[in-house]
Design a protein around this ligand. Structure first.
Ligand code: GTP
Ligand code: MG
Length: 373
């Protein structure tokens, strides 16, 4: 049995098996895998190669795993945290309008063609003094990945359905994302101010999908609302808070921050800007942060209104300046004590990524050659 960590190089693997790296390389060739001396190998490749040399492999933890591993929070360290609520639904059913009403803002009016094309992250204080973090997702069919990501980091999903329309493809998709992520759903039946609104018809369509709302004797909370007049919005927020109370959401605010990248971009004046949802711990100015393949010291933080923040605790969305590049949406973030640790992990992730894309490129080329022959 060979004890190895994933992503060791071909050279190191050869040394562990006490064979020359050339033997490893030629064995790989005979299997149709093209590896170079310093190439890092994934678990599958390691298993196959080791097997050729008569070894069983047992994977041990890599440095990265050990660094990323979380210390368990004790019961005393955990504190109540605000719910993260994602608003999903078909295009134009009124998701952004609902958030505009809740936040007393006018985001909808500023959107190109009235279509949301990114995930918006906001934190709101309700009239009853409760904090809620909201994610606004696009309803347009092109943005499935964003909706899936939104569903992943959320505690509760609000599915907005326009009462003058029907359950539409992206309504179904949103319901599906929430179900796959195991997230409780609340149905917001919107636009009830319209004369042609038929909220009962929507409830019937939901029932036909096996989703019985409470006033039809089922388990799903629903609320008739108008994002235009504000009718029913307070009641909807009460239902959201009720649903989140059941979840007993907690996090330890007194540790290094962990969270998820919502989006990131390069801003001409400010450098790389990443919107991050802090999920546990507290992110502070000066923290050394790692996000995907990029790291850096937190230079400045802002809330969604552009107000400067010194720190951001659990369930807070923040814009962060100071990363060395733009991480991918969905990448996790973590804070390290030293820049060296963050840099090493960032570099090894980058190298693995580069080698993997090189390898796939090579395969395509060889494949093409094969076809031409
Ligand atoms: P995408 O982000 O593109 O998926 O759309 P959305 O779901 O965010 O819809 P948005 O809030 O942009 O609203 C679409 C249109 O419906 C806008 O013209 C809104 O003014 C209108 N609208 C939204 N809610 C209501 C409502 O409750 N009543 C009425 N009458 N109109 C509404
Ligand atoms: Mg929108």
């Amino acid at each position: 049995v060979l004890k190895v960590t994933e992503f060791i190089s071909a050279n190191d693997l050869a040394a562990l098996m006490d064979v020359s790296v050339n033997q490893v390389i030629s064995t790989c060739m005979s299997l149709g895998m093209f590896v170079s001396i310093n190439q890092r190998l994934d678990a599958e490749a390691i298993t196959i190669i080791a097997d050729e040399f008569g070894y069983d492999v047992e994977f041990t933890k890599s440095i990265e795993d050990e660094m990323v591993e979380e210390a368990e929070d004790t019961e005393e360290e955990l504190e109540e945290r605000a719910p993260i609520v994602t608003i999903m639904g078909h295009v134009d059913h009124g998701k952004t309008s609902l958030l505009d009403y809740i936040r007393m803002s006018k985001v909808t009016a500023a959107e190109a063609g009235g279509i949301t094309q990114h995930i918006g992250a906001y934190d709101v204080m309700t009239k009853t003094g409760h904090k809620i973090a909201f994610l606004d997702t696009p309803g347009h069919e092109a943005f499935t990945a964003m909706r899936a990501r939104g569903a992943k980091i959320t505690d509760v999903a609000i599915i907005v359905i326009a009462a003058d329309d029907s359950i539409m493809p992206q309504t179904k998709e949103a319901i599906n994302h929430a179900q796959v992520a195991g997230v409780p759903m609340i149905f917001a039946i919107n636009k009830v101010d319209k004369p042609n609104a038929r909220p009962e018809k929507i409830k019937e369509e939901l029932a036909n999908m096996n989703l019985l709302v409470e006033d039809w004797g089922g388990k799903y909370q629903s609320q008739e609302i108008s994002a235009k007049t504000g009718q029913g919005v307070d009641e909807l927020l009460e239902k959201v808070l009720l649903e989140s109370e059941i979840l007993e959401l907690k996090a330890n605010p007194d540790k290094n921050a962990v969270g998820t990248v919502i989006e990131a971009s390069l801003d001409k004046g400010r450098g790389y800007v990443a919107t991050i949802m802090v999920q546990a711990g507290t992110l502070k100015i000066g923290d050394i942060m790692l996000a995907g393949q990029h790291y850096g010291r937190v230079k400045a933080m802002f809330d969604h209104k552009g107000k400067k923040l010194k720190e951001a605790g659990p369930s807070t969305p923040v814009q962060v300046l100071g990363l060395s590049g733009a991480p991918q949406a969905g990448d996790t973030i973590k804070v390290y004590d030293t820049e060296r640790e963050a840099r090493e992990i960032a570099n090894s992730r980058e190298q693995i990524q580069r080698e993997q894309s090189l390898r796939t490129k090579k395969h395509i080329t060889l494949d093409e050659i094969g076809r031409r022959l």
